[in-house]
Design a protein around this ligand. Structure first.
Ligand code: PLP
Length: 384
């Protein structure tokens, strides 16, 4: 590894967001001034054409019917819609909502679950092992103990550790017990093949900005006939499930982004797997570190590392000053001083959790970026 490096900017925070692809930008630019897709005239017809085509392209990738694709503003909205939507549906029928989820979900699932509890619902969170993986049997035990829940909600890939959850087993359990199931697929789409004909979920949430698409556009997959109260009331857009004029250009951008990601997935994940191995082997040579998460059941774009005796936040700031962008926990919780709930659930002490950073790789990450980061880490760790 060369000794001298010029200062440069290295982005290793792809799990927070990804840069927009040029090809996506070009398609967005084509329809950015499209009209209102609900208008009955020529302008509306043109906009509707763009929107319907985007819906069809996304549906094809996910192997679902286009009518099951609901466009919204992103995965925070998608997760809120499913969790609160099911809770409101139950309350309207005079029933107490009961939702089972896990302790390692994204805040856009955890916070709505807290809201459900606050309005009188019941929530159980399944724990995880030291690798960050929940035991599917724990869902069965809870169902046996407390009765059939209104919903099981579980993420496909954890945003902080990259750990892949046993969703096939959990979905199977949900189906065996006739329970609705929701999977947050934000961090798996474009990295793991997703075929919703094979994984029989009732709801799935996606967002474009994690796959080189624009921010502020998401997709909620709703299986036909699945009950759900809309979060937003107003117009009849999106099958009555999401009122408000659609973000046509965003939807087109999402379609393009998901097409490219899917086409490049195998090759890109193989390449990033080498990048991840390089980073993890090099970082172990320079400090007493622990790589968090399962050694195999982990996507190749994420490394969560505990640097013994080092404050993660200080390391993040020091790296930033050297031009290297990483993260502590998820971007959404980065401003809070509390240690990551994901790492705590995996059995790390608060001190260990606070000594951890997340490094995430993507399209523009090259070996030289890893070498630069390791070189900077080496000198910073000595100083800190
Ligand atoms: C697992 C997971 N779910 C949901 C979200 C929220 O997505 P959005 O930014 O589209 O609201 C994120 C974003 O970090 C995420 O990683």
């Amino acid at each position: 590894m060369a000794k001298e490096f010029e200062k440069k900017f290295v982005y290793l925070d792809y799990n927070s967001t990804t840069p927009l692809r040029d090809e996506v930008f070009e398609e967005i630019a084509e329809c950015i001034s499209a009209g209102n897709p609900s208008s009955p005239h020529w302008s509306g017809r043109e906009a509707r054409g763009y929107l319907d085509s985007a819906r069809g392209r996304i549906a094809k990738i996910l192997s679902v019917d286009p009518h099951q694709i609901i466009f919204n503003s992103g995965a925070t909205e998608g997760n809120n819609t499913v969790i609160k939507g099911i809770a409101f549906y139950e309350l309207k029928r005079g029933k107490t909502p009961y939702i089972i989820s896990t302790k390692v979900e994204h805040s856009s699932v955890i916070r709505p679950l807290e809201f459900v509890k606050a309005i009188g619902g019941k929530v159980d969170l399944v724990g995880v092992d030291k690798y960050g993986i929940p035991d599917p049997d724990d869902f069965v035990k809870l169902i046996k103990k407390n009765g059939k829940p209104s919903l099981i909600s579980v993420m496909h890939v954890n945003n902080e550790t990259g750990v892949i959850m046993p969703i096939k087993e959990i979905v199977k359990i949900a189906k065996e017990h006739d329970v609705l199931v929701h999977v947050d697929m934000v961090q798996s789409i474009g990295k793991i093949k997703i075929d919703l004909k094979e994984i029989d979920v009732d709801f799935a949430t996606f967002t474009a900005h994690k796959i080189y698409g624009p921010k502020g556009i998401g997709v909620l997959f709703v299986r036909k006939g699945a009950p759900l109260e809309p979060l937003l009331h107003g117009g009849k857009q999106e099958d009555g499930l999401r009122a408000g004029t659609q973000n046509v250009a965003g939807a087109v951008g999402f379609a393009k982004a998901v097409e490219i990601c899917t086409a490049e997935m195998k090759e890109e994940m193989d390449r990033l797997s080498k990048i991840q191995k390089l980073f993890e082997s090099e970082v172990q040579k320079i400090w007493d570190v622990k790589i968090n998460g399962h050694p195999q059941l982990r996507i190749p774009t994420t490394s969560n590392v505990t640097f013994t005796g080092i404050e993660g936040e200080t390391l993040l700031i020091a790296l930033d000053l050297e031009g290297v962008a990483v993260s502590i926990g998820s971007a959404c919780s980065a401003e809070s001083k509390t240690p990551s709930h994901v790492l705590l659930a995996m059995g790390l002490t608060p001190e260990e959790a606070k000594s951890s950073i997340r490094v995430s790789f993507g399209k523009f990450t090259q070996e030289e970026d890893i070498e630069y980061t390791i070189e900077k880490l080496k000198s910073l760790l000595k100083r800190l």
